[in-house]
Design a protein around this ligand. Structure first.
Ligand code: NAI
Ligand code: MG
Length: 492
């Protein structure tokens, strides 16, 4: 298998570097481009057209036109479903290419892009393909001699702004339900990872998606992203990323009363009771924080371990964390790849320093970079952490976990909830009653019992508190992309 540094392989793999607007690949109107970095090496792999306001305007016009005229609004729901199925099939046909592109662009291991990111993206399209012809309204018994029924209609042109941690999967979570509901789309991938989205644009054309239905406009947040969230002709904006950016988007959307849905970060408690099955709980603690090098919004970054087992648990956890193979994202045996960017790499190392400077926290393993090129960080565990420390309060978004001691159930529910966030949580115990009590007590959008990071296109995902609002995946996401129309008929 080629390595991340082989230049020939990279050149061949990157087929598209332009904006995708109205079914065509075009340069930015300004002519500007930006560099795309391979985080495994730190080197620039290519330059991609940089959208700003003028391009967002053009994409929005195309999306509006496609929403109102041409083949798309006349397409039956079942045909929209068939289109989604074709996209799903094309993703799987191009699985290996997409996986390599994603690993190069994001730095995540090829084993994960092949077996998680790409198949899960296809499954999301498959899932919403099945919903398209099941978007039923209802007939409502009302007073008087009236027939009243409802229809689920599309919201219109939707703007979607996604992050870099699961580039194709985040795109799928947003585009699949939007098409299912009959909307048209202006999608801005993250500036760190535009490549799989551009390849996806080609697949849309191949799947027969009419021009203007899906527009892909890579660019920066403050320019292209801001143009989307404030655009007078965009009806809704869906965003995943940092909570502070969520606030900016909410304010910008207020000007034109756009609907918004926000999936923001987390500082999720992963709670291990004395009576848990210890080997599975250790595996869950590992996957909970080190999956995707910790660049996961629902990462189990606060590991609560009960006093009776705390010491031995953290010892074994650190032992296993030390054996994680960190390295070349394109090597099939790699377990943890590179952090996405220099900026993110430095942010994580900065938090590691903050942890080292906490008197009571002690480093159980890791705490440094790996090698001297690329953005690799050793899996890092701090023990003796308390909830008031910065490393327990702020989202680090890297392979850094804070182990916290707790005495009993009541205390850990209170401490688990002592966070601004509420995205996810984990509970490890053999006591089924306690498991459910704790799951009900935690203020989080997802709670995993004796597992962590379980996902399915059919199951809703989203946050409480500063982790945002609106639910992606499942039937719930259809509420984001449809609106109810009530129709009255006088039967007298
Ligand atoms: P970010 O929230 O700034 O970026 C996410 C997306 O929003 C990107 O497409 C970006 O271009 C866009 N964006 C940025 N500023 C914008 C603006 N003013 N208007 C419209 N769109 C805008 O996140 P960033 O800076 O990449 O990462 C910072 C931190 O955010 C991370 O270290 C992590 O803690 C958190 N984060 C959380 C994610 C999650 O899944 N919840 C994903 C990515 C980052
Ligand atoms: Mg930012």
């Amino acid at each position: 298998m080629a390595t991340a540094t082989a230049p020939g392989a990279v050149g061949e793999l990157i087929r598209q570097r332009k904006l995708f607007i109205d079914g065509e690949f075009v340069d930015a109107q300004s002519g500007k481009t930006f560099g795309v970095i391979n985080p495994g090496t730190g080197a620039e792999m290519c330059r991609v057209a940089e959208a700003d306001k003028a391009d967002i305007d053009a994409a929005t016009k195309a999306a509006r036109r496609a929403f109102e005229s041409g083949p798309y609004p006349k397409m039956s729901n079942r045909d929209r479903g068939r289109m989604l199925s074709r996209i799903a099939a094309l993703i799987m046909e191009n699985r290996e290419e997409l996986a390599r592109l994603e690993s190069l662009d994001n730095g995540k291991p090829i084993g994960e892009t092949m077996n998680v990111d790409i198949p899960a993206s296809a499954a999301t399209f498959e899932y919403y393909a099945g919903w398209a012809d099941k978007l039923e309204g209802s007939v409502i018994p009302v007073d008087g001699n009236n027939l009243n029924y409802t229809r689920l209609e599309p919201v219109g042109v939707v703007g979607q702004i996604i992050p870099w941690n699961f580039p194709l999967l985040m795109l799928a979570w947003k585009i699949a339900p939007a098409i299912c509901g009959g909307n048209t789309i202006v999608m801005k991938p993250a500036e760190q990872t535009p490549l799989s989205a551009l390849r996806f644009a080609e697949l849309c054309a191949e799947a027969g998606v009419p021009p203007g239905v899906v527009n892909i406009v890579p660019g920066f947040g403050e320019t292209a992203g801001a143009a989307i969230s404030g655009h007078p002709d965009i009806d809704k904006v869906a965003f995943t990323g940092e909570w502070k950016t969520g606030q900016i988007i909410m304010r910008a959307a207020a000007g034109t009363l756009k609907r918004i849905s926000l999936e923001l970060g987390g500082k999720s408690p992963n709670i291990v009771f004395d009576d848990a099955d210890i080997p599975s709980a250790i595996a869950g603690a590992m996957g909970g924080i080190f999956f995707n090098a910790g660049e996961v919004c629902c990462a189990g970054s606060r590991l609560f371990v009960q006093s009776g087992i705390h010491k031995e648990f953290v010892q074994e956890f650190a032992h296993q964390a030390n054996s994680i193979k960190v390295g070349d994202p394109l090597d099939e045996t790699t377990q943890q790849g590179a952090q996405v960017s220099k900026e993110q790499f430095e942010k994580i190392l900065g938090y590691i320093d903050i942890g080292k400077n906490e008197d009571k926290a002690e480093l159980a393993c890791g705490g440094e970079r790996v090698g001297d090129t690329g953005y690799f960080i050793r899996p890092t565990i701090f023990d003796g952490v308390t909830n008031d420390m910065r490393i327990a309060r702020e989202e680090i978004f890297g392979p850094v976990v804070s182990a916290i001691d707790f005495a009993d159930e009541e205390a850990v529910i209170a401490e688990g909830n002592k966070t601004m966030y509420g995205l996810a949580a984990g509970v490890w115990t053999k006591d089924i009653k306690k498991a459910h009590r704790v799951a009900h007590g935690l203020r989080a959008g997802t709670v995993w019992i004796n597992t962590y990071n379980a996902f399915d296109a059919a199951s809703p995902f989203g946050g409480f508190k500063y982790s945002g609002f609106g639910r992606e995946n499942g039937k719930a996401a259809l509420e984001l992309y449809t609106q109810v129309k009530s129709i009255w008929v006088n039967m007298d």
